[in-house]
Design a protein around this ligand. Structure first.
Ligand code: BES
Ligand code: ZN
Length: 428
């Protein structure tokens, strides 16, 4: 991981990228974006080739600060910025969005990305839930995961600014609610943002340590970046990221079906607006981090984003993304895979892959000093080529592969939250 400091502020890369008249640009509200380390080079290249330079130009100015790049853009240009990032620099690793320059600069110098960062709450040291985990793993069903993906893809789009996107969020809320309807310790809430689509948050309250929280999440929104005129249409987003929401849903279904009652609180999340700069998860993680000052503590977070595509170039089942994630949590996941998935019916092979900055919602948590990890479907360069197009559909996904991610999610939840299963456990 890179060291970042303000002392070495390098100059500015000028990019003429975004469409929009200078006049409206000046009037609209501004946002600050922080991008990964290789964006400046891509900007230069894109300028040299003029590939993605549009007719009507507005120039964001990237200030490169010790390897990260910061620019301010008009809020209304966020979609276009996002499109440009993906086409000019597919491996640039996304971006985070901030309300002020000060907040963006804080992100550039974030101690949570530096080696040796110390988290407040410890991870459990021992794996001691073998019998509960083994009962849970037998219940996981790949076809259930695919049927949730099919339902979500059926909305046609889940773009964060569309009513279909909001209907999809309401669908997820209903599904989760119906799975936990017998449980007085389970609630599902919609989290409102300043846009159409809500995020969805399901919570099983911990029986003995409710203030200690573990999280699994995925993003509910989708986008079509090929359809530049209208990124809101034809965005089935099956792998990206109905697949992640379906894994979160399957983990909840299994835990509810077996009557699992956790000691710590377990939270299930479907984040809105990931595709436009992790905006939904950023608001949620910021809120949880603020509450942690009042005694609530998020111990660890798993992100599921793209888990169903069997890539030729990735012979392993699961790849742990190894940058902008917590090495300690990746180590914990490796321990789980060794303990529960070394052989037999639940065998899972795994590897590591280079990640990227702000490619998915785990960074919203990492940014707040909360450990997060991202188990992914393939080496990053060999992942599903159909994402962000009308061809990201469920028929291209693999139920067995998807089920393995649900197993890891469940192992993680049971071993971090600890608890008991059996229907009696929550009736008494
Ligand atoms: N699931 C993708 C991230 C991804 C894409 C990982 C391709 C690996 C290969 C995610 O939904 C996404 O598209 N993220 C954006 C960043 C976001 C901040 C706009 C990206 O990577 O461009
Ligand atoms: Zn995406």
């Amino acid at each position: 991981m890179k060291r970042m400091s303000f002392s070495k502020t390098i100059l500015t890369a000028l990019a003429t990228l975004l469409v929009g008249s200078p006049c409206t640009y000046a009037q609209s509200s501004r946002l600050w974006v922080v991008t990964g380390d290789n964006v400046a080079a891509a900007v230069q290249q894109s300028l040299a080739s003029r590939q993605s330079v549009a007719d009507d130009l507005v120039a964001p100015t990237f200030q490169v600060i010790n390897g990260m790049s910061v620019a301010d853009i008009a809020e209304k240009d966020l979609d276009r910025f996002s499109n440009w990032m993906r086409s000019a620099c597919p491996r640039c690793g996304g971006f985070t969005v901030h309300a002020s320059r000060e907040a963006a600069l804080k992100e550039v110098d974030n101690p949570a990305y530096k080696p040796g960062f110390r988290y407040l709450a410890p991870l459990p040291e021992t794996l001691d839930q073998q019998s509960t985990v083994s009962r849970a793993l037998d219940r996981v069903k790949g076809d259930k995961i695919l049927s949730t993906i099919t339902m979500l893809q059926g909305f046609g789009t889940r773009h964060f600014e569309t009513s279909k996107g909001q209907e999809a969020a309401e669908f997820v809320r209903r599904e989760w609610q119906s799975m936990g309807q017998e449980r007085p310790d389970f609630t599902v809430a919609l989290f409102s943002h300043g846009w159409v689509q809500n995020s969805v948050i399901g919570t099983i309250r911990g029986a003995s340590r409710p203030e200690e929280v573990v999280v699994i999440g995925a993003h509910i929104d989708s986008i079509n970046r090929k359809n530049k005129e209208n990124p809101k249409e034809n965005a089935p987003g099956a792998d990206d990221d109905a697949s992640g929401v379906a894994v979160v849903t399957e983990a909840l279904r299994v835990l509810m079906e077996m009557g699992f009652k956790p000691q710590r609180t377990i939270t299930f999340m479907a984040y809105s607006a990931e595709e436009v700069g992790l905006r939904g998860s950023a608001e949620i993680a910021d809120r949880y981090a603020a509450e942690s000052k009042e005694g609530q503590e998020v111990i660890a977070v798993l992100q599921f984003d793209m888990i169903g595509f069997n890539a030729d170039r990735g012979p392993r089942d699961i790849y742990l993304v190894d940058d902008y994630t917590s090495p300690e949590l990746n180590g914990f996941l490796t321990k789980l895979l060794k303990e529960y998935n070394h052989s037999g019916a639940h065998a899972i092979t795994h590897g590591e892959t280079k990640g990227c900055y702000a490619c998915s919602d785990h960074v919203s948590w990492m940014r707040n000093g909360i450990r997060a990890a991202w188990p992914f479907e393939a080496p990053l360069e060999g992942s599903n080529p159909y994402i962000h197009t009308s061809e990201d559909v469920v028929s291209k996904l693999d139920a067995t592969k998807a089920a393995r991610f649900a197993k890891l999610a469940i192992e993680f939840l049971i071993e971090t939250a600890k608890g008991v299963d059996g229907r009696e456990s929550y009736r008494n």
